[in-house]
Design a binder for this molecule. Structure first.
Ligand SMILES: [Cu+2]
Length: 191
């Protein structure tokens, strides 16, 4: 199921591969057939937004306690060029710990897109990028940035506009996941 909502602006939904706009959703009376869990997942009903918000805040607080060894900052999504279905996301991961851990994946639930960790390599004088299974983190800062290691978002089905935010989740080996709010920035605003 793909949620076509972004920060409260909703066009409709894709449920089990079936596109429903808002009016179609109501017209077919599907709402009554959906379980509460599904409705919460769709998250498009304004009445539920406030509740969702406090729930996610509570979850964030709880995970913040668990995630004290990892701190994410500078979370950015590069605005894709018009029509492009892929773009990069950047973040600085600060890890404080003695054991070596690894970044093993990333996700954007709001985008429902394919997300990979990429490295840049020089091949025959040309820069190219490819997916990696893990990025080892030593204690201190690891930067995922333009031209270096980055999070790659692919299969975008919606426009990403500057100043919009999307929750990025990073998954680690030997550490619970961590989240940050990634701001969409135009390429000129990324340094
Ligand atoms: Cu890439």
């Amino acid at each position: 199921m793909i949620d076509k909502c972004n920060r409260g602006r909703c066009n409709g939904f894709v449920i089990n591969g079936l596109w429903l706009d808002k009016s179609g959703f109501n017209r077919f009376g599907w709402a009554v057939k959906l379980s509460l869990a599904l409705i919460l997942q769709v998250g498009a009903f304004s009445g539920l937004h406030a509740q969702e918000h406090s729930e996610s805040q509570r979850a964030t607080k709880q995970s913040a306690i668990k995630q004290r060894a990892i701190h994410l900052s500078g979370c950015i999504i590069q605005a894709p060029i018009p029509g492009a279905k892929a773009t990069g996301a950047y973040v600085t991961i600060n890890y404080q710990g003695s054991a070596t851990i690894a970044l093993v994946g990333a996700a954007f639930a709001d985008l429902a897109a394919r997300v990979e960790i990429h490295e840049m390599t020089m091949k025959n004088g040309t820069m190219s990028m490819q997916a990696i299974d893990k990025l080892t983190l030593n204690s201190g800062d690891t930067q995922l940035k333009k031209g270096g290691y980055h999070v790659m978002i692919m299969g975008l089905q919606q426009e990403l506009l500057p100043n919009e935010t999307y929750t990025m989740t990073l998954m680690f080996d030997q550490h619970p996941p961590a989240t940050c709010e990634a701001v969409v920035k135009s390429v000129a605003d990324i340094h």
